[in-house]
Structures are given as structure tokens and as C-alpha cells.
Design a binder for this molecule. Structure first.
Ligand code: HSE
Length: 296
């Protein structure tokens, strides 16, 4: 028997929701797990990620320990659509898939709360793993357990991912953040995230135009991304763009448009011109399902 797990890419933070908010999008990594007599085999991912420290394998081990799965070895086959180290949650897909894969051999992969708690423990924060598990737009609070709520988004939006040709590690992107923030910046983010969430629930697009503003991480991370200031100010000056933000730890930049803005991608490419040389632009939708697990 094989277990096949498909996990969506995610876009975390949404500007002011640093380490709290995230959404799942229609781009997927797929992992197939098969129990073997001993050891591990990892197929389909670059050589440098195929060792024992492979994140999917390590998460499978943690998942197996948590759900009581006894096994000799495991073969993992990966099919990737989500670009690595670009702020689209590729490592979260590995963590979630590894845990789900192990839970599936014990027929407990629908215990999404247990998967969320363990995935958050491994990742350190829930903003990417929560939407990868539950789908849609989520907000999460860390406590003894992780409390995640899926936010109903009233209007039909599209998420235009501007994906650079270069990578940015989360470690480096977090290292430039200050350890402490001012009360003004804290209030700034609480107010903007509240407005953003309320606007998404109520379909209040004017609120989105203000709500994506962030004080806690984007101002520090921008200098790590070539062309960041020009790209953001160009996107912000387009009246049809409802908001833009740094996706996760970057370097991908996300622009939010209405589903019926059919020329949005063409217009964005035109407006940004040479700033997008070598960049990949993908128009994505919200994934509302989260991970999907099947037996083969
Ligand atoms: N919230 C995280 C960050 C997402 O911005 O660093 C990437 O892991």
C-alpha cells in the first residue's frame, strides 16, 4: 500500500499578520510514501535535499513517533510544483506531508488538530502549516495547543505571485528583524490585521487597500530583495490592485486582484516592465481544501 499526500503552497503573514495569518493557494507538492524493510529512500528531489536530514523524512519520523507507527523503513517520492525558498511555504508542504504520511499508515490522517500541533512544533510558528492543513485563509494563536480558525473570504480574489529568480532563506530574512518593537508599531499591526480580516469577511475592498500595511517585518526585509521598493510602490499605485505584501519571509511579492480583473497579470507585467526580468508571475486562487490524502 502507498499513501499519496498533496499539500498546497501557502502565503504567510499577509502584511500585518506576522507569524499569525496565512492562506493556501492552488500550487501543490505531492509526496508518495511506501513502507520498506529498512532505511530510507528519497526520490524526486534535488540531491542536496535527499539525505537523512530531508524535512519530509524527519517529519515522517516525528509523525510516526506521535501516532505510534512502527515501521522498518520508508520510501518517499516527491513531485514539486512549489518553488524552494521563495516564501511560498515549500518547507511547510514537506513538514505537513511527512506527518500526514505517517498518520495515514495508522488511518488517523483526519486528526488535523494533532497534525497542526506537531507541524507547528517543528516549524516554530503556525502561519504556513495551518492553511496547508485546513485550506483557505487562516489565523492562528499558539498556546498549549494551536487554535486555528479558517476565515470565510466573501469576495472572489486572485493572488498574483511575483516570484523572483533568486532565493531568500527564512533564517536570513528573520535575522534582520528587531527583537523588540515599539508600542506604536504593535498597535499599527493589530489595527491593520483587524481591519484586513474584517474586510475579507465582509467583502469591504476599501479596507483591504489599507489593511495589508505592515510595521513589523516588511520594512526590514525589503532591502534583502532586489527591486522591492520600486515594485511595491508601483503595485500600490495601481488602483485595481487591492493590496500587496511580502509572501512569508519573501522574496515572493503577492498582489491581490479581483477575479474579474482578467487583464490584471498582463497589466502588472506591463507596469513593472524590466523590474520583473527573470521573475515568474503566477495567478493563483485560494485552495479551500488543505492537504489531500489518498491510498493507492
Ligand atoms: N512568518 C514567517 C516569517 C513565515 O515571516 O518569517 C516564513 O516561515
Amino acid at each position: 500500500m502507498k499513501v499519496k499526500v498533496r499539500v498546497p503552497a501557502t502565503s504567510a503573514n499577509l502584511g500585518p499578520g506576522f507569524d499569525v495569518a496565512g492562506l493556501a493557494v492552488t500550487l501543490y507538492n505531492t509526496f508518495t510514501f511506501e513502507l520498506i524493510d529498512s532505511g530510507f529512500e528519497i526520490i524526486g528531489c534535488p540531491e542536496q535535499f535527499s539525505g537523512a536530514d530531508n524535512m519530509t523524512y524527519q517529519s515522517f519520523l516525528r509523525g510516526a513517533e506521535a501516532c505510534g507507527l512502527k515501521f522498518g523503513g520508508v520510501r518517499i517520492e516527491c513531485k514539486d510544483e512549489v518553488p524552494y525558498t521563495r516564501g511560498l511555504g515549500s518547507s511547510s508542504t514537506c513538514i505537513v506531508a511527512g506527518i500526514v504520511g505517517a498518520f495515514a499508515f495508522m488511518e488517523s490522517y483526519e486528526d488535523r488538530q494533532a497534525i497542526l500541533n506537531l507541524a507547528t512544533e517543528i516549524e516554530g510558528h503556525p502561519d504556513n502549516v495551518a492553511p496547508a492543513i485546513f485550506g483557505g485563509l487562516t489565523v492562528s494563536v499558539m498556546g498549549k495547543s494551536v487554535t486555528t480558525l479558517q476565515i470565510p473570504v466573501k469576495n472572489d480574489y486572485r493572488f498574483v505571485a511575483l516570484i523572483p529568480p533568486f532565493t531568500l532563506s527564512t533564517e536570513l530574512s528573520r535575522s534582520v528583524l528587531p527583537a523588540e518593537v515599539t508600542r506604536k508599531d504593535a498597535i499599527g499591526n493589530i489595527s491593520h490585521l483587524s481591519l484586513l480580516v474584517a474586510s475579507l469577511i465582509n467583502g469591504y475592498d476599501e479596507g483591504l487597500r489599507i489593511g495589508f500595511h505592515d510595521h513589523l517585518h516588511q520594512p526590514y526585509r525589503g532591502s534583502l530583495i532586489q527591486g522591492y521598493d520600486e515594485i511595491m510602490s508601483c503595485l500600490e499605485s495601481d488602483p485595481a490592485i487591492l493590496g500587496c505584501y511580502l509572501s512569508g519571509a519573501g522574496p515572493t511579492i503577492m498582489a491581490v486582484i479581483h477575479a474579474d480583473d482578467l487583464m490584471g497579470v498582463v497589466r502588472i507585467k506591463d507596469e513593472l516592465g524590466h523590474l520583473l526580468d527573470g521573475w515568474d508571475v503566477q495567478k493563483l486562487e485560494l485552495d479551500l481544501q488543505g492537504f489531500k490524502c489518498d491510498y493507492e
